[in-house]
Design a protein around this ligand. Structure first.
Ligand code: ZN
Length: 200
């Protein structure tokens, strides 16, 4: 097996920004699904992650990309302190392990340029590099700062730069305000219900 002869798929191991862009392709209250078909995914990968243009993808490839995306979102919600069930965590961890095991990379200690390259080509290499990015940012102690917004209609990925690492909502949308209003109204409603039952 010669890794030097395999086509270079992505120019470099994607960073935190690319991981966030990868997860922000899902539908939210504001916009639709960006990966509606294998062709749309292929186009997105070439536009946003430097994959070669016209990568022929199958429905199974699309499903694998979405499975990895879902797993990353669960991890980002968990990073932000939002409720995720044990079952969701287990499923996400299994998906990450499964995709990682099926898409190996190798270190390139003799190369002045490349550090970590996939042993596969095409879409398999892309998936491998996305999982590798998760590995690298986790090792660098940066992944815990990559979070998903706690507004269930949003779940947009963001990088928490707050000093105390307590960020829980994206800043692009007024989600924090929206969710604070919602919990205020819920508290008020339950207080009103309590008053009503006390009067009865
Ligand atoms: Zn949000």
């Amino acid at each position: 097996m010669s890794t030097s002869s395999s086509p270079s798929v992505l120019t470099a191991t994607p960073g935190v920004e690319a991981l966030m862009a990868f997860t922000n392709t899902k539908a939210t209250a504001e916009k639709g699904e960006e990966w509606g078909s294998p062709d749309q995914l292929s186009h997105w990968l070439s536009q946003r992650m430097g994959a070669p243009e016209g990568l022929a993808l199958t429905p199974a490839d699309l499903a694998a990309a979405k499975e990895l995306r879902d797993a990353l979102v669960v991890s980002m919600l968990h990073n932000a302190g939002h409720a995720v069930s044990e079952e969701e965590v287990a499923r996400a961890q299994d998906a990450i392990a499964k995709i990682g095991a099926a898409h190996p990379l190798t270190a390139m200690p003799f190369s002045p340029r490349e550090k970590l390259v996939p042993l596969q080509s095409g879409f398999a290499a892309v998936l491998g590099q996305v999982v590798a990015a998760l590995t690298v940012t986790t090792l660098e102690e940066r992944w815990h700062r990559v979070k998903a917004c706690g507004n269930p209609q949003c779940k947009t990925a963001f990088y928490d730069r707050t000093r105390n690492g307590a960020g829980a909502y994206c800043r692009a949308n007024p989600c924090g305000t929206k969710m604070a209003m919602r919990s205020y109204r819920q508290r008020k409603a339950s207080a009103a219900a309590k008053d009503a039952s006390a009067e009865a």
